[in-house]
Design a protein around this ligand. Structure first.
Ligand code: AMP
Ligand code: MG
Length: 424
Protein backbone atom coordinates (compact mmCIF):
# COMPACT_ATOMS: atom_id res chain seq x y z
CA UNK A 1 0.00 0.00 0.00
CA UNK A 2 1.16 3.49 -0.90
CA UNK A 3 2.33 5.72 1.95
CA UNK A 4 0.78 9.13 2.02
CA UNK A 5 2.49 12.23 3.36
CA UNK A 6 0.05 14.66 4.98
CA UNK A 7 0.58 18.30 4.06
CA UNK A 8 -0.67 21.32 6.05
CA UNK A 9 -4.10 22.65 5.08
CA UNK A 10 -2.74 26.02 4.00
CA UNK A 11 -0.18 24.41 1.72
CA UNK A 12 -2.88 22.24 0.18
CA UNK A 13 -5.05 25.29 -0.47
CA UNK A 14 -2.13 27.09 -2.10
CA UNK A 15 -1.48 24.12 -4.37
CA UNK A 16 -5.08 24.14 -5.54
CA UNK A 17 -4.93 27.86 -6.21
CA UNK A 18 -2.06 27.43 -8.62
CA UNK A 19 -4.81 26.19 -10.92
CA UNK A 20 -7.34 28.95 -10.33
CA UNK A 21 -9.14 30.25 -13.40
CA UNK A 22 -11.37 33.21 -14.15
CA UNK A 23 -14.74 32.65 -15.78
CA UNK A 24 -15.80 34.52 -18.89
CA UNK A 25 -18.20 37.45 -19.04
CA UNK A 26 -21.83 37.19 -20.03
CA UNK A 27 -24.44 39.94 -20.01
CA UNK A 28 -27.72 39.32 -18.26
CA UNK A 29 -30.76 41.57 -17.76
CA UNK A 30 -30.52 43.56 -14.52
CA UNK A 31 -33.57 41.83 -13.05
CA UNK A 32 -31.93 38.42 -13.55
CA UNK A 33 -28.61 39.44 -12.00
CA UNK A 34 -29.42 38.85 -8.31
CA UNK A 35 -26.89 36.45 -6.79
CA UNK A 36 -24.61 36.59 -9.84
CA UNK A 37 -21.04 37.93 -9.63
CA UNK A 38 -19.94 41.13 -11.34
CA UNK A 39 -17.31 40.43 -14.00
CA UNK A 40 -15.62 43.82 -14.28
CA UNK A 41 -15.28 46.94 -12.16
CA UNK A 42 -18.35 49.12 -12.64
CA UNK A 43 -17.46 52.80 -12.94
CA UNK A 44 -19.73 55.73 -12.24
CA UNK A 45 -20.47 57.30 -15.63
CA UNK A 46 -21.84 60.43 -13.98
CA UNK A 47 -21.79 62.21 -10.62
CA UNK A 48 -24.39 61.33 -8.00
CA UNK A 49 -26.26 63.53 -7.53
CA UNK A 50 -25.84 64.55 -11.16
CA UNK A 51 -26.82 68.16 -10.26
CA UNK A 52 -27.22 70.25 -7.09
CA UNK A 53 -30.60 69.31 -5.68
CA UNK A 54 -32.90 69.93 -2.77
CA UNK A 55 -32.98 67.34 0.03
CA UNK A 56 -36.26 68.79 1.40
CA UNK A 57 -39.56 70.28 0.44
CA UNK A 58 -38.94 74.00 0.96
CA UNK A 59 -37.90 77.24 -0.70
CA UNK A 60 -34.73 77.98 -2.66
CA UNK A 61 -33.41 81.52 -2.22
CA UNK A 62 -30.26 83.66 -1.70
CA UNK A 63 -28.67 83.35 1.77
CA UNK A 64 -27.51 86.99 1.65
CA UNK A 65 -31.17 88.14 1.66
CA UNK A 66 -31.77 86.46 5.04
CA UNK A 67 -29.09 88.38 7.00
CA UNK A 68 -31.54 90.64 8.84
CA UNK A 69 -34.14 87.93 9.57
CA UNK A 70 -35.19 87.34 13.20
CA UNK A 71 -38.35 86.48 15.16
CA UNK A 72 -39.05 90.18 15.60
CA UNK A 73 -38.29 90.98 11.93
CA UNK A 74 -39.36 88.24 9.52
CA UNK A 75 -38.05 88.79 6.01
CA UNK A 76 -40.45 88.41 3.08
CA UNK A 77 -39.72 86.80 -0.27
CA UNK A 78 -41.78 86.79 -3.42
CA UNK A 79 -42.40 83.22 -4.60
CA UNK A 80 -41.79 83.33 -8.36
CA UNK A 81 -42.07 79.66 -9.32
CA UNK A 82 -42.92 76.21 -7.99
CA UNK A 83 -40.97 73.08 -9.02
CA UNK A 84 -41.25 69.39 -8.17
CA UNK A 85 -38.68 66.58 -8.60
CA UNK A 86 -37.78 66.15 -12.25
CA UNK A 87 -38.65 69.75 -13.10
CA UNK A 88 -36.19 72.54 -13.86
CA UNK A 89 -37.16 76.17 -13.28
CA UNK A 90 -36.62 78.57 -16.17
CA UNK A 91 -36.40 81.46 -13.67
CA UNK A 92 -33.33 82.98 -12.08
CA UNK A 93 -33.76 84.02 -8.47
CA UNK A 94 -33.11 87.69 -7.75
CA UNK A 95 -32.98 89.63 -4.45
CA UNK A 96 -35.82 88.72 -2.08
CA UNK A 97 -37.24 86.15 -4.44
CA UNK A 98 -37.74 82.43 -3.74
CA UNK A 99 -38.84 79.35 -5.64
CA UNK A 100 -40.97 76.72 -3.94
CA UNK A 101 -38.99 73.49 -4.44
CA UNK A 102 -39.75 69.84 -3.69
CA UNK A 103 -37.36 67.08 -2.62
CA UNK A 104 -35.06 65.97 -5.43
CA UNK A 105 -35.63 69.02 -7.66
CA UNK A 106 -32.68 70.86 -9.20
CA UNK A 107 -31.57 74.02 -7.36
CA UNK A 108 -32.66 77.00 -9.52
CA UNK A 109 -30.20 79.51 -10.93
CA UNK A 110 -29.32 82.27 -8.47
CA UNK A 111 -30.26 80.26 -5.35
CA UNK A 112 -27.61 79.16 -2.87
CA UNK A 113 -29.64 77.84 0.05
CA UNK A 114 -32.85 75.92 0.80
CA UNK A 115 -35.08 76.43 3.82
CA UNK A 116 -37.50 73.73 4.93
CA UNK A 117 -41.18 74.43 4.40
CA UNK A 118 -41.85 73.95 8.14
CA UNK A 119 -39.71 76.99 8.98
CA UNK A 120 -41.60 79.37 6.72
CA UNK A 121 -44.96 81.09 6.51
CA UNK A 122 -46.74 81.59 3.21
CA UNK A 123 -49.31 84.22 2.32
CA UNK A 124 -50.85 86.11 -0.61
CA UNK A 125 -50.48 89.86 -1.15
CA UNK A 126 -51.67 91.90 -4.11
CA UNK A 127 -52.35 88.79 -6.18
CA UNK A 128 -48.81 87.47 -5.62
CA UNK A 129 -47.46 84.63 -3.45
CA UNK A 130 -45.07 85.38 -0.63
CA UNK A 131 -43.07 83.47 1.96
CA UNK A 132 -41.49 84.80 5.15
CA UNK A 133 -38.79 83.41 7.39
CA UNK A 134 -37.44 84.36 10.80
CA UNK A 135 -33.79 83.26 10.80
CA UNK A 136 -30.62 84.01 8.83
CA UNK A 137 -29.41 81.16 6.62
CA UNK A 138 -25.88 80.08 5.70
CA UNK A 139 -24.95 79.84 2.05
CA UNK A 140 -24.94 76.20 0.87
CA UNK A 141 -27.19 74.89 3.66
CA UNK A 142 -29.65 72.15 2.68
CA UNK A 143 -28.26 71.60 -0.77
CA UNK A 144 -27.23 68.11 -1.88
CA UNK A 145 -24.17 68.92 -3.93
CA UNK A 146 -23.47 67.42 -7.32
CA UNK A 147 -21.08 64.48 -6.83
CA UNK A 148 -21.30 64.53 -3.01
CA UNK A 149 -22.19 60.83 -3.00
CA UNK A 150 -20.28 59.53 -6.01
CA UNK A 151 -17.83 61.21 -8.36
CA UNK A 152 -17.81 60.27 -12.01
CA UNK A 153 -15.10 57.68 -12.71
CA UNK A 154 -15.11 56.11 -9.23
CA UNK A 155 -15.33 52.31 -8.96
CA UNK A 156 -18.87 51.70 -7.78
CA UNK A 157 -18.96 47.92 -7.72
CA UNK A 158 -15.76 45.87 -7.70
CA UNK A 159 -15.49 42.84 -9.93
CA UNK A 160 -16.26 39.67 -8.01
CA UNK A 161 -19.00 41.36 -5.97
CA UNK A 162 -22.16 39.32 -5.69
CA UNK A 163 -25.24 41.20 -6.77
CA UNK A 164 -27.48 41.99 -3.80
CA UNK A 165 -30.64 44.14 -3.86
CA UNK A 166 -28.45 47.13 -2.89
CA UNK A 167 -26.07 46.49 -5.77
CA UNK A 168 -28.98 46.32 -8.21
CA UNK A 169 -29.96 49.85 -7.11
CA UNK A 170 -26.46 51.08 -7.95
CA UNK A 171 -26.45 49.29 -11.30
CA UNK A 172 -29.81 50.84 -12.13
CA UNK A 173 -28.53 54.30 -11.14
CA UNK A 174 -25.76 53.98 -13.70
CA UNK A 175 -27.91 52.70 -16.51
CA UNK A 176 -26.95 49.02 -16.46
CA UNK A 177 -30.09 47.51 -18.00
CA UNK A 178 -27.87 44.53 -18.74
CA UNK A 179 -25.11 43.58 -16.35
CA UNK A 180 -21.70 42.01 -16.99
CA UNK A 181 -21.55 38.92 -14.79
CA UNK A 182 -19.23 35.93 -14.71
CA UNK A 183 -20.49 32.83 -16.50
CA UNK A 184 -21.28 30.13 -13.95
CA UNK A 185 -18.82 27.28 -13.82
CA UNK A 186 -20.36 23.85 -14.41
CA UNK A 187 -19.44 21.60 -11.52
CA UNK A 188 -19.95 17.90 -12.17
CA UNK A 189 -20.64 15.56 -9.26
CA UNK A 190 -20.03 11.81 -9.38
CA UNK A 191 -20.90 9.73 -6.33
CA UNK A 192 -18.88 6.56 -5.93
CA UNK A 193 -19.82 3.62 -3.74
CA UNK A 194 -21.51 0.26 -4.24
CA UNK A 195 -23.36 0.91 -0.96
CA UNK A 196 -25.26 3.93 -2.26
CA UNK A 197 -29.03 4.05 -2.68
CA UNK A 198 -30.92 6.92 -4.24
CA UNK A 199 -32.89 9.25 -2.00
CA UNK A 200 -36.20 7.74 -3.16
CA UNK A 201 -35.06 4.12 -2.69
CA UNK A 202 -36.32 2.02 0.21
CA UNK A 203 -33.65 1.04 2.69
CA UNK A 204 -31.73 -2.16 1.86
CA UNK A 205 -29.66 -4.07 4.38
CA UNK A 206 -26.04 -2.98 4.29
CA UNK A 207 -26.69 0.02 2.08
CA UNK A 208 -27.09 3.75 2.75
CA UNK A 209 -28.81 6.57 0.96
CA UNK A 210 -26.58 8.91 -1.03
CA UNK A 211 -26.66 12.07 1.07
CA UNK A 212 -23.44 13.57 -0.28
CA UNK A 213 -24.92 14.16 -3.72
CA UNK A 214 -27.73 16.32 -2.37
CA UNK A 215 -25.38 18.11 0.01
CA UNK A 216 -22.68 18.89 -2.56
CA UNK A 217 -25.30 19.79 -5.16
CA UNK A 218 -26.68 22.33 -2.68
CA UNK A 219 -23.20 23.61 -1.80
CA UNK A 220 -22.53 24.19 -5.50
CA UNK A 221 -25.85 26.00 -5.92
CA UNK A 222 -25.24 28.05 -2.80
CA UNK A 223 -21.91 29.20 -4.16
CA UNK A 224 -23.68 30.40 -7.30
CA UNK A 225 -22.31 27.75 -9.66
CA UNK A 226 -24.13 25.24 -11.85
CA UNK A 227 -24.19 21.70 -10.49
CA UNK A 228 -24.37 18.75 -12.88
CA UNK A 229 -25.38 15.43 -11.34
CA UNK A 230 -23.42 12.82 -13.26
CA UNK A 231 -24.91 9.94 -11.31
CA UNK A 232 -23.45 7.28 -9.12
CA UNK A 233 -20.96 4.56 -9.94
CA UNK A 234 -20.31 1.36 -8.08
CA UNK A 235 -16.83 0.60 -6.80
CA UNK A 236 -15.58 -0.80 -10.07
CA UNK A 237 -12.42 0.56 -11.64
CA UNK A 238 -13.52 0.49 -15.28
CA UNK A 239 -16.94 1.95 -14.62
CA UNK A 240 -15.51 4.69 -12.44
CA UNK A 241 -12.72 5.46 -14.92
CA UNK A 242 -15.14 5.81 -17.82
CA UNK A 243 -17.53 7.94 -15.79
CA UNK A 244 -14.74 10.34 -14.78
CA UNK A 245 -13.22 10.44 -18.26
CA UNK A 246 -16.58 11.16 -19.91
CA UNK A 247 -17.33 13.85 -17.33
CA UNK A 248 -14.27 15.95 -18.12
CA UNK A 249 -15.65 17.19 -21.44
CA UNK A 250 -18.92 18.31 -19.79
CA UNK A 251 -17.67 20.24 -16.78
CA UNK A 252 -15.34 23.02 -15.72
CA UNK A 253 -14.59 21.27 -12.44
CA UNK A 254 -15.31 17.71 -11.33
CA UNK A 255 -16.13 16.60 -7.81
CA UNK A 256 -16.20 12.96 -6.88
CA UNK A 257 -17.28 11.72 -3.48
CA UNK A 258 -15.86 8.59 -1.92
CA UNK A 259 -13.21 6.23 -3.17
CA UNK A 260 -10.16 8.27 -2.18
CA UNK A 261 -9.08 6.34 0.89
CA UNK A 262 -6.67 3.44 0.79
CA UNK A 263 -9.33 0.74 1.02
CA UNK A 264 -9.58 -2.14 -1.44
CA UNK A 265 -12.27 -0.35 -3.46
CA UNK A 266 -10.88 3.18 -3.46
CA UNK A 267 -10.05 3.56 -7.12
CA UNK A 268 -9.83 7.33 -7.57
CA UNK A 269 -6.04 7.61 -7.14
CA UNK A 270 -5.49 4.99 -9.88
CA UNK A 271 -8.03 6.74 -12.09
CA UNK A 272 -6.17 10.06 -11.83
CA UNK A 273 -3.01 8.29 -12.83
CA UNK A 274 -4.61 6.63 -15.85
CA UNK A 275 -6.12 9.98 -16.93
CA UNK A 276 -2.68 11.57 -16.85
CA UNK A 277 -3.81 14.00 -14.13
CA UNK A 278 -1.26 15.40 -11.70
CA UNK A 279 -2.11 14.63 -8.09
CA UNK A 280 -1.53 17.84 -6.09
CA UNK A 281 -1.94 16.07 -2.76
CA UNK A 282 -3.60 12.96 -1.44
CA UNK A 283 -3.40 13.56 2.27
CA UNK A 284 -4.03 16.74 4.24
CA UNK A 285 -3.18 17.25 7.91
CA UNK A 286 -6.79 17.91 8.84
CA UNK A 287 -9.76 16.24 10.46
CA UNK A 288 -12.16 15.38 9.06
CA UNK A 289 -11.17 14.93 5.43
CA UNK A 290 -7.52 13.91 5.63
CA UNK A 291 -7.90 11.73 2.52
CA UNK A 292 -9.11 14.66 0.39
CA UNK A 293 -7.30 14.35 -2.92
CA UNK A 294 -7.02 16.99 -5.60
CA UNK A 295 -5.64 16.44 -9.08
CA UNK A 296 -5.24 18.63 -12.16
CA UNK A 297 -5.65 17.49 -15.76
CA UNK A 298 -2.95 18.53 -18.24
CA UNK A 299 -5.30 21.35 -19.40
CA UNK A 300 -5.59 22.63 -15.81
CA UNK A 301 -9.07 21.26 -15.12
CA UNK A 302 -9.38 20.41 -11.44
CA UNK A 303 -10.64 17.11 -10.05
CA UNK A 304 -11.67 17.24 -6.42
CA UNK A 305 -11.73 13.82 -4.80
CA UNK A 306 -13.72 14.43 -1.63
CA UNK A 307 -14.04 11.83 1.06
CA UNK A 308 -17.26 9.81 1.18
CA UNK A 309 -17.67 10.54 4.86
CA UNK A 310 -20.38 13.23 4.83
CA UNK A 311 -18.71 15.56 7.33
CA UNK A 312 -15.38 15.27 5.55
CA UNK A 313 -17.05 15.80 2.21
CA UNK A 314 -18.70 18.97 3.48
CA UNK A 315 -15.49 20.39 4.92
CA UNK A 316 -13.55 19.44 1.79
CA UNK A 317 -15.95 21.41 -0.38
CA UNK A 318 -15.86 24.49 1.84
CA UNK A 319 -12.08 24.55 2.16
CA UNK A 320 -10.93 23.57 -1.30
CA UNK A 321 -13.72 23.88 -3.86
CA UNK A 322 -15.56 27.01 -2.79
CA UNK A 323 -12.60 29.41 -2.94
CA UNK A 324 -11.80 28.12 -6.43
CA UNK A 325 -15.38 28.90 -7.45
CA UNK A 326 -15.13 32.38 -5.92
CA UNK A 327 -11.87 32.96 -7.74
CA UNK A 328 -13.65 31.94 -10.93
CA UNK A 329 -16.00 34.84 -10.18
CA UNK A 330 -12.93 37.12 -10.21
CA UNK A 331 -13.02 37.82 -6.52
CA UNK A 332 -9.78 39.33 -5.34
CA UNK A 333 -10.03 37.41 -2.09
CA UNK A 334 -12.09 34.22 -2.35
CA UNK A 335 -11.53 32.90 1.17
CA UNK A 336 -14.01 32.68 4.01
CA UNK A 337 -13.69 35.00 6.98
CA UNK A 338 -12.25 34.10 10.37
CA UNK A 339 -13.56 35.40 13.66
CA UNK A 340 -12.91 34.61 17.29
CA UNK A 341 -15.52 33.21 19.63
CA UNK A 342 -15.77 31.86 23.15
CA UNK A 343 -16.16 28.11 23.39
CA UNK A 344 -19.26 27.14 25.43
CA UNK A 345 -18.28 23.52 26.10
CA UNK A 346 -15.10 21.60 26.81
CA UNK A 347 -13.57 20.00 23.74
CA UNK A 348 -11.21 17.45 25.29
CA UNK A 349 -10.07 15.65 22.12
CA UNK A 350 -6.43 16.13 21.19
CA UNK A 351 -5.76 17.50 17.73
CA UNK A 352 -2.82 15.86 16.00
CA UNK A 353 -4.08 17.50 12.78
CA UNK A 354 -5.92 20.79 12.28
CA UNK A 355 -9.47 20.05 13.30
CA UNK A 356 -12.58 21.59 11.75
CA UNK A 357 -15.40 21.20 14.23
CA UNK A 358 -18.88 21.84 12.89
CA UNK A 359 -20.38 24.41 15.17
CA UNK A 360 -23.04 27.07 15.65
CA UNK A 361 -22.50 30.68 16.71
CA UNK A 362 -24.54 32.53 19.31
CA UNK A 363 -24.62 36.30 19.56
CA UNK A 364 -25.47 37.79 22.92
CA UNK A 365 -24.82 41.49 23.05
CA UNK A 366 -21.18 42.05 22.13
CA UNK A 367 -20.28 38.46 23.05
CA UNK A 368 -19.89 35.84 20.33
CA UNK A 369 -19.85 32.27 21.56
CA UNK A 370 -19.66 29.01 19.70
CA UNK A 371 -20.94 25.49 20.38
CA UNK A 372 -19.96 22.32 18.54
CA UNK A 373 -23.09 20.96 16.91
CA UNK A 374 -21.99 17.35 17.09
CA UNK A 375 -21.32 17.35 20.80
CA UNK A 376 -23.98 14.92 21.93
CA UNK A 377 -24.80 13.43 18.61
CA UNK A 378 -23.33 10.50 16.80
CA UNK A 379 -24.69 11.30 13.37
CA UNK A 380 -22.36 13.44 11.35
CA UNK A 381 -25.20 14.47 9.06
CA UNK A 382 -27.09 16.08 11.95
CA UNK A 383 -24.07 18.08 12.98
CA UNK A 384 -23.64 19.45 9.46
CA UNK A 385 -27.27 20.49 9.29
CA UNK A 386 -27.01 22.66 12.39
CA UNK A 387 -23.59 24.15 11.68
CA UNK A 388 -23.01 27.71 10.52
CA UNK A 389 -19.25 27.76 11.07
CA UNK A 390 -16.25 25.57 11.79
CA UNK A 391 -14.24 25.88 14.95
CA UNK A 392 -10.63 25.62 13.76
CA UNK A 393 -8.38 23.95 16.30
CA UNK A 394 -4.72 24.02 15.29
CA UNK A 395 -2.82 20.77 14.93
CA UNK A 396 -0.64 19.89 17.90
CA UNK A 397 -3.06 21.21 20.53
CA UNK A 398 -4.30 19.08 23.39
CA UNK A 399 -7.90 20.04 23.86
CA UNK A 400 -9.88 23.11 24.77
CA UNK A 401 -11.99 24.17 27.75
CA UNK A 402 -15.25 26.06 27.95
CA UNK A 403 -14.38 29.76 28.03
CA UNK A 404 -11.36 29.47 25.69
CA UNK A 405 -11.25 31.85 22.76
CA UNK A 406 -11.12 29.85 19.53
CA UNK A 407 -10.90 30.67 15.83
CA UNK A 408 -14.03 30.11 13.81
CA UNK A 409 -14.28 29.97 10.05
CA UNK A 410 -17.48 31.62 8.78
CA UNK A 411 -18.04 29.51 5.69
CA UNK A 412 -21.34 31.19 4.90
CA UNK A 413 -19.62 34.48 4.10
CA UNK A 414 -18.97 35.06 0.44
CA UNK A 415 -15.23 35.55 0.41
CA UNK A 416 -13.26 38.48 1.74
CA UNK A 417 -11.51 36.61 4.54
CA UNK A 418 -7.80 36.62 5.23
CA UNK A 419 -5.94 35.44 2.13
CA UNK A 420 -3.31 33.39 3.95
CA UNK A 421 -5.94 32.20 6.24
CA UNK A 422 -4.16 29.52 8.24
CA UNK A 423 -1.58 32.05 9.44
CA UNK A 424 -4.48 33.89 11.06
P1 AMP B 1 -15.23 6.27 1.20
O1 AMP B 1 -14.64 7.64 1.15
O2 AMP B 1 -15.73 5.81 -0.16
O3 AMP B 1 -14.30 5.29 1.82
O4 AMP B 1 -16.49 6.37 2.15
C1 AMP B 1 -16.36 6.69 3.52
C2 AMP B 1 -17.68 6.55 4.24
O5 AMP B 1 -18.62 7.45 3.71
C3 AMP B 1 -18.31 5.17 4.09
O6 AMP B 1 -18.92 4.82 5.31
C4 AMP B 1 -19.34 5.38 3.03
O7 AMP B 1 -20.40 4.48 3.11
C5 AMP B 1 -19.81 6.79 3.27
N1 AMP B 1 -20.25 7.39 2.03
C6 AMP B 1 -19.60 7.32 0.84
N2 AMP B 1 -20.28 7.99 -0.10
C7 AMP B 1 -21.38 8.48 0.49
C8 AMP B 1 -22.47 9.27 0.03
N3 AMP B 1 -22.54 9.67 -1.25
N4 AMP B 1 -23.43 9.63 0.90
C9 AMP B 1 -23.34 9.24 2.20
N5 AMP B 1 -22.34 8.51 2.69
C10 AMP B 1 -21.36 8.13 1.86
MG1 MG C 1 -16.40 4.18 -1.03
Amino acid sequence: MERRQPIPVEEAIKKVHQYEKHGEIEWVPLKDSLGRFIAEDILADHDVPAFDRSPYDGFALRAEDTKEASSAHPVEFEVIDHIGAGMVSAQTIGPFQAIRIMTGAKIPNGANVVIMIELTKTFEKGGKSFMSLKRPLKKGDNISRQGEEVLKGNVMVKKGTDVTPGVTALLATFGYAVVPVVKKPVIGIISTGTELLQVSDAMVDGKIRNSNLSMVYAQVLESGAEPLDLGGVSDDFDKSYHAVKAAMSKVDILITTGGVSVGDFDFLPAIYEKLGAKVLFNKVAMRPGSVTTVAAMPNGQLLFGLSGNPAACFVGFELFVKPIIYKWYRKENPFSTFAEAKLTHDFPKANPFTRFVRAALQFTGSQISVTPTGLDKSSAVTSIAEADCFIVLPGGTRGFQAGDQVDVLLFQHKGGGSPCWMTN
